[in-house]
Design a protein around this ligand. Structure first.
Ligand code: NI
Length: 182
């Protein structure tokens, strides 16, 4: 396993569309190793999720996990979820604003509106079909990571940039004011 280099805002790979992974390629040693590396990199940098674009690979693969994350100490736990070729569908019109950060936008936070409930259809790391319904924080992280695979970052989703904060100022002035996610 390896810790991969994370692309930061300004690298073109963050603005590109990731390609679907062919189902029969998912169980290949290369893809399996890449998934392991994504997981290890997410954990190394305390991400709540990590998408392939963020490590310079344009494949529709993302990983999500929240288990006692020091960057998100109050976030609900999310078991390790490997998401391949996701299709995310909002369930209803309701949206909620919450804080987000991103390993590709280091040391910043901003308030982002997201659908409060979504359906996620994707493949898992065995290539099996997965369909699940996610709410609130989990739904937020799914939307954030799915956006990455489409070349979108959370800054694009902000209604305006007035809440965009450096982490030190965020901790001083904003911490605890809303739900937060990555
Ligand atoms: Ni991100």
């Amino acid at each position: 396993m390896a810790i991969l280099k994370v692309a930061r805002l300004g690298h073109p790979v963050l603005r590109q569309q990731a390609r679907p992974v062919p189902v029969d390629a998912i169980r290949s040693p290369e893809i399996q190793r890449f998934i392991d590396d994504l997981i290890e990199t997410m954990r190394e940098y305390d991400g709540a999720g990590l998408a392939a674009n963020q490590v310079h690979a344009l494949q529709q693969i993302a990983v999500i996990e929240v288990q006692g994350n020091p960057r998100y100490p109050d976030a609900p736990l999310i078991p390790l979820t490997v998401v391949i070729n996701p299709v995310v569908t909002p369930l209803g019109e309701e949206m909620e604003e919450g804080w987000e950060g991103c390993l590709s936008v280091p040391d910043m936070r901003g308030v982002v509106p997201r659908y409060t409930a979504v359906r996620l259809q994707c493949l898992d790391r065995e290539g099996a079909r997965v369909e699940l319904t996610a709410k609130d924080f989990f739904a937020r992280v799914i939307q954030h990571e799915s956006d990455h695979l489409n070349g979108t970052v959370y800054l694009d989703r902000m209604r305006n940039l007035s809440t965009l904060s450096h982490i030190a100022e965020w901790q001083r002035h904003w911490l605890g004011t809303r739900e937060q996610a990555d």
